[in-house]
Design a protein around this ligand. Structure first.
Ligand code: MBD
Ligand code: FE
Length: 311
């Protein structure tokens, strides 16, 4: 079809009516957003001559996405999460805020309510026997460059199958396995023992992977560990580190890898190191400090509220 009707008064009036712009009720912000999005989509239908069959395939796809709770997975896969971060980085650049520790995306698999520990935590419950022992530690620094005693380090990662507790299709993991909140000690230090996670892969039979297949893309992430770092007087930092050496570190389907977030991982197998960290087997050590930024005009100007699982 080569007909062009988008610019007609009839279609433009119709878009305003459908978005509620011609009535007094509802929410003006919602109306503005819906008007823009349906306008852009109508125009895409016309410009790309999207067929009825293609349109209805899209509608069926949205239903599948919801039925599998994968909207939050497609979002990073299509780069939206990264784009929101790029916008926050640009806003910070304009304000002169230096994020010494880069932010990167949260992803869809955080769960609030993890056990709280002080200074040190063991994250894994020991049931994943394929795991290589990991000790990670460092200091949380404030905007003034000084350590922040009592800073809150929320950490979560997946197991050696790439599955996160609370989202594990095998049902094998205990609640909050590999999830903790660690309160930094009097010197601002945190430390945890766990196992090195494996990379994550989108459910192979799910709608996100199905779309990625159509794009000729894979749906895998390199091995990574997520963090929320918070402290009084500072903005909450959302970030991740990658496990150095993972072949997908620079080929992440969710585009979360950033320079400065791939710390070296050092294998330790000498008894002095094992003794120093209270473990009885060789382990990998990651040392990583987090640098927070100040509130802007007394508020966290970039705090993100979103629906999150709470257990
Ligand atoms: C993950 O573990 C993740 O961190 C992201 C961003 C997307 C899917 C799974
Ligand atoms: Fe993740």
């Amino acid at each position: 079809m080569s007909v062009k009707i988008f610019e007609t008064q009839e279609v433009q009036d119709f878009l305003r009516t459908a978005a509620g712009l011609t009535n007094d009720g509802g929410n003006p912000r919602t109306k503005a957003i819906v008007h823009r999005i349906i306008s852009d989509l109508f125009k895409a239908v016309e410009d790309l001559d999207i067929t009825a069959d293609e349109y209805w395939a899209g509608i069926a796809y949205l239903n599948q996405l919801g039925a599998r709770s994968e909207a939050g997975l497609l979002s990073p896969g299509l780069g939206f999460d990264r784009f929101l971060d790029m916008r926050m980085d640009a806003e910070d650049a304009e304000l002169g805020v230096d994020n010494k520790t880069p932010r990167t995306i949260e992803g869809p698999l955080y769960v609030s309510g993890a056990p709280v520990e002080h200074g040190f935590a063991r994250l894994d419950d020991g049931s994943d026997t394929d795991g290589h022992l990991l000790i990670m530690h460092g200091t949380v620094f404030g905007a003034d460059g000084k350590p922040v005693p009592g800073a809150q380090v929320e950490v979560w990662h997946c197991n050696t199958k790439g599955f996160y507790s609370h989202f594990d299709p095998t049902g094998e993991q205990q609640a909050f396995n590999m999830r903790r909140t660690i309160i930094a000690d009097a010197q601002g230090r945190y430390k945890f023992q766990s196992i090195i996670p494996k990379g994550y892969g989108c459910p192979p039979d799910g709608p996100t992977q199905a779309l990625l297949n159509q794009l000729g893309r894979h749906g895998n992430r390199p091995a990574h560990i997520h963090f929320f770092i918070s402290a009084d007087g500072h903005r909450k930092l959302t970030t991740q580190i990658n496990i150095d050496g993972d072949p997908l570190v620079y080929d992440d389907f969710a585009y979360a890898t950033r320079e400065g977030l791939v710390p070296p991982l050092v294998e330790r197998n000498d008894s002095a190191s094992m003794q120093a960290h209270g473990v009885d087997a060789p382990f990998a050590e990651i040392v990583f400090d987090f640098n927070l930024t100040s509130l802007v005009d007394g508020v966290d100007n970039q705090i993100v509220e979103r629906a999150r699982l709470s257990a």
